[in-house]
Design a protein around this ligand. Structure first.
Ligand code: GAR
Length: 200
């Protein structure tokens, strides 16, 4: 007798106006062949002209725009879209605003974020993108990496889901570190999502 196919789990990737979408692409690539019952069912953008919109259109991923100028309105609209699209997990990718405590507390689905460093080091308010790698480079660190963590009330301080470190002694600039760490990000985000959804 054939087994019952597991229900496909639906992810929303929440991005900012400037997101390149490289993590969205990596997550999509990891799940598109159907090896796991997971799909990106929604991408949220905070700017209609965000470069990621074209990428989503190419991949057939539904995109919804919500302005993030007013956080309370943003969260109300996001909550309603999460219901409408029947989302099981939120993956922040380059979304830099701090979600409110009440939004996080009332949501019954996990919210994950990816950070381009080995948290708890090099995290916190204002630490994003190249700024993180500049700090790591200035401190002459030998290792960096990426962290996927649950989102909580403070920046970059939620429980770690997955972290992977790499040697950066061959990097001669923050940009070098950024490029090397980005490969790690692309490798761990889908793995972290599977871990949280308990799909093996
Ligand atoms: C990623 O490098 C992610 O780690 C970073 O934004 C980038 C989004 O890139 N997030 C932070 O720095 C959060 N503090 P992407 O649009 O190519 O996925």
């Amino acid at each position: 007798m054939a087994g019952i196919a597991p229900q496909t789990r639906r992810i929303a990737v929440v991005t900012s106006g400037n997101s390149r979408g490289s993590n969205l692409r990596a997550i999509h690539d990891a799940f598109r062949n159907g090896a796991y019952p997971v799909e990106i069912a929604l991408c949220i953008v905070t700017k209609r002209s965000a470069p990621i919109v074209t990428l989503c259109q190419d991949k057939g991923i539904p995109v919804e725009f919500i302005s993030s100028k007013d956080l309370s309105t943003f969260e109300t609209k996001l909550r309603s879209l999460l219901d409408e699209y029947q989302i099981d997990l939120i993956a922040l990718a380059g979304f830099l605003k701090k979600l409110s405590i009440s939004f996080i507390r009332d949501l019954t689905i996990p919210i994950l974020n990816i950070h381009p460093a080995l948290l708890p080091r090099y995290g916190g308010e204002g630490m994003y993108g190249i700024k993180v790698h500049e700090a790591v480079f200035s401190a002459r660190e030998k290792r960096s990496g990426a962290t996927v963590h649950y989102v909580n009330r403070d920046y970059d301080s939620g429980r770690v889901v997955l972290q992977e470190a790499i040697d950066i002694t061959d990097c001669t600039s923050p940009q070098d570190i950024a490029a090397k760490v980005l490969k790690v990000e692309h490798h761990i985000y889908a793995k972290a999502i599977l871990k949280v959804l308990k799909i093996h």
